[in-house]
Design a protein around this ligand. Structure first.
Ligand SMILES: Cc1cc2nc3c(=O)[nH]c(=O)nc-3n(C[C@H](O)[C@H](O)[C@H](O)COP(=O)(O)OP(=O)(O)OC[C@H]3O[C@@H](n4cnc5c(N)ncnc54)[C@H](O)[C@@H]3O)c2cc1C
Length: 489
């Protein structure tokens, strides 16, 4: 049985931010994550917006964490080498009624401390982004876009660099209290783990894990959102995220958001589902996105579609009224040694580090935390060949000839980058794991050309059998055997 001071259940962006912040102290920290990587669930299935904080009720934890997370992100992005652009954002409207609702947000923004928000007319919108739909808009200069995959990975890698241990493919299936006050966590096939503190950061499963740890009664409603990813050819027209004015119930319809890498995301729509981890998309949903997306982004054309995806927001709802609740972060006297996070939906990406610091504060109320003198907040990512000038590219190839082999032609990703990604500090070795670290297979052909080469490189670098290499989730083998009775190795 392995034993730690603290175990975090769930290694998404929030669990990884908590792990990173806890390694600032002399504590043994482990993360148990049921999937193959840290950004396969909600943390890798979102818009990648750094929210400003005007969408949330004044005084709520969502508002406080979003404003705090937004303000610090230039520094966070520098420390962790996360692609990030402070683009600003437009929330556009067409009718007088919508204008009224937009005024609410300006007021919420003012109370929450969001800087520089203003209501602007079409003329000013054209100066900011002529491709945006709408007759008027709120302009919010502090909103931004970031690479959500790299952010979760960077937090996790920095946590590992500072001493945290990640156990992937490790699903917590049960828990019990030990006589000495510690917790014993049972996993599905990966043995038992003991700890003094357990932190529930299990996203869509947070209510289930909460009950497992002795705090029943919470209800999570997964709310699905589907997206189109548009080619970089469309990205040249999209300068700034464009959101529609909220509906009368203050929910949002489809928006158009440029990504840090130059694509455009159109979505998400929003509907309740039973199984938040069913990531299929529906034809009717995509048809709807085509129509609503075109209202936000004038260059919405079928020829630009390169992929679809979906994610689900874990909304905590009041079991009686069905009303959506604030983020929940708690410790309970009657269930000692547990820190519980439930319902970390949007703006959870923006709020990951502020939530993590609040977790540390809760812990510090219960015991003295001794600073880790070796903590290093700096993490460096994989250098991207295509972002260098010709002289630097030539130097890189001279030093490592693998930079001379382009594996992903759409995104110009080299063999050297893929080899570095395969040896990532978390030990992720799926094809999707390499994709989110390098962008190999994220381009126009969506891996048609390079996925077999990536599989071969994983096999070569890690000495795996070809049938062991998976696309992503368990059971998604790239190859199941030889077609013509050839070598299976
Ligand atoms: C469509 C959509 C758009 C969004 N857009 C934005 C945005 O633009 N900006 C923003 O700030 N936020 C956004 N969000 C919200 C944001 O993505 C989430 O709040 C955030 O990713 C939550 O992170 P997490 O670590 O709590 O959850 P997750 O990433 O889901 O991580 C939880 C982890 O727990 C693991 N787990 C679950 N059960 C167990 C178990 N029993 N044992 C071990 N591991 C377990 C899961 O496998 C998972 O990896 C969006 C969300 C959605 C769905």
């Amino acid at each position: 049985m392995q034993s730690y001071d603290i175990i975090i259940i769930g290694g998404g962006v929030v669990g990884s931010a908590i792990a990173r912040e806890l390694t600032r102290y002399r504590l043994s920290v482990a993360v148990l994550e049921k999937e193959s990587d840290v950004c396969t669930q909600t943390s890798g299935r979102n818009t990648g917006m750094l929210h400003a904080g005007f969408l949330y009720k004044p005084g709520s934890l969502k508002a406080q964490c979003a404003v705090e997370g937004n303000a610090e992100f230039d520094q966070v992005a520098r420390e962790l080498d996360v692609p990030f652009k402070r683009t600003g954002k437009l929330i556009v409207g067409f009718t007088d009624e919508e204008k009224e609702r937009l005024r609410y947000f300006i007021e919420w923004g003012r109370v929450n401390g969001v800087p520089g928000m203003e209501l602007i007319d079409r003329k000013r919108m054209d100066e900011i982004d002529p491709s945006a739909g709408g007759s008027f808009a709120i302009f919010c200069p502090s909103s931004g876009i970031l690479d959500p995959f790299i952010y979760a990975i960077a937090l996790a890698e920095n946590a590992v660099q500072n001493g945290a241990v990640y156990h992937l493919y490790t699903e917590v299936a049960g828990a019990e209290a030990l006589p000495d006050g510690r917790h014993l966590l049972h996993t599905a096939g990966r043995g038992d783990f003991a700890c003094r503190w357990v932190i529930n950061s299990a996203g869509l499963n947070s209510a289930k894990v909460s009950a497992m740890l002795g705090i029943p009664g919470y209800v999570i409603q997964p709310v699905k959102g589907e997206y189109f990813v548009l080619d970089k050819k469309a990205g040249q027209f999209a300068k700034i995220p464009v959101y529609p004015a909220p509906t009368p119930r203050f929910t949002f319809d489809t928006h158009a958001t440029p990504t840090v890498d130059g694509n455009v995301l159109v979505g998400p729509n929003s509907f309740n589902v039973e199984d938040g981890e069913d990531y299929s998309v529906s034809q009717s949903g995509m048809d709807g996105l085509q129509e609503s997306g075109a209202r936000m982004f004038k260059h919405m054309k079928r020829e630009y579609y390169i992929r679809t995806f979906s994610g689900a927001r874990p909304k905590r709802i009041d079991p009686q009224t069905g009303e959506v609740q604030d983020f929940l972060l708690e410790t309970r006297e009657d269930v000692p040694g547990v820190i519980n996070l439930v319902g970390i939906e949007s703006p959870g990406l923006t709020s990951a580090l502020p939530l993590a610091r609040r977790v540390v504060r809760l812990l510090a109320e219960k015991e003295t935390l001794v600073p880790n003198p070796h903590f290093d907040p700096i993490r460096r990512g994989i250098r991207r060949f295509h972002e260098q000038d010709a002289e630097e590219q030539a130097r890189m190839i001279r030093e490592d000839p693998d930079y001379g082999e382009i594996v992903c032609r759409c995104e110009t990703v080299t063999c050297a980058e893929i080899r570095r990604a395969i040896h990532n500090p978390l030990g992720v070795f799926t094809v999707n794991g390499i994709k989110v670290r390098t962008r190999a297979s994220m381009g126009r052909c969506q891996g048609g050309y390079c996925e077999t080469r990536i599989t071969a490189l994983i096999r070569e670098e890690l000495g795996k059998a070809v049938t062991e290499v998976e696309l992503g989730p368990k059971g998604s083998q790239m190859f199941t055997g030889a077609v013509k009775g050839g070598n299976q190795a």
